[in-house]
Ligand binder design. Sequence first.
Ligand code: GLP
Length: 261
Amino acid sequence: MEVVIVPDAKAGGELIAEAVAQLLRRKPDALLGVATGSTPLPVYEALTAKVRAGELDASAARIAQLDEYVGLPAGHPESYRATVLREVVEPLGLGPGSFMGPDGSAEDVQAACAAYDAALASAGGVDLQLLGIGTDGHIGFNEPCSSLASRTRIKTLTEQTIKDNARFFDGDVGQVPRHVITQGIGTILEARHLVLLATGEGKADAVAATVEGPVAAVVPASALQRHPHATVVVDEAAASKLKLADYFRHTYTNKPEWQGL
Ligand code: GLP
């Protein structure tokens, strides 16, 4: 896994947006897996700026959702489908046809999970999956002790995640759905390139466990250690508990430019 320490969230967003831009120049119809939450917003902003400045043609890009709440009415503004359409698909000028995601309001949730897992594979697989990280080390909504081989399925949120996400529901934990659909860790690991962005001191423990701890289901993001092309981009605050921070700085400073992320 490569760890890149950037000065702040904006720099992280720009770095990752450039990696996405390089991918789209190479493969215009690349399937981009996107995450929700506050952390990836600088990536979407930087990408949108490139498109608006005419530096990047993203018109053939395809977007895949990572996870979804179960039981919110279709079109609910905090559903991840609505969030991804608002934060990624529309700003990039893409149509709804370019987007795929699990159906969180399906009657048969298990069938919806299996259908989404299969749809990702038949779309050719995710080229670049952007990930955030929960304070408990979750990726997508794979909470601690999720199987490292898991597929897209229904999960129950931990109390910590419900509290963390209440800010999107008027601060009311009672409004946060208890159940979610998430790509499994095994599903996520099938993406060709994983890029995890973490910013802020609140993520420092989770980042240290992910990067320098053992591969363990109790820290779902540590599964990235098993991926042949995983990049972890962290700001100084999120990097503050990494013992090997100086080593990561040294290797990135001396990296051949042509390699990109
Ligand atoms: C949610 C999402 C994750 C995201 C996490 C962190 O739980 N399911 O994909 O990484 O929130 O969110 P934030 O970036 O807002 O801290």
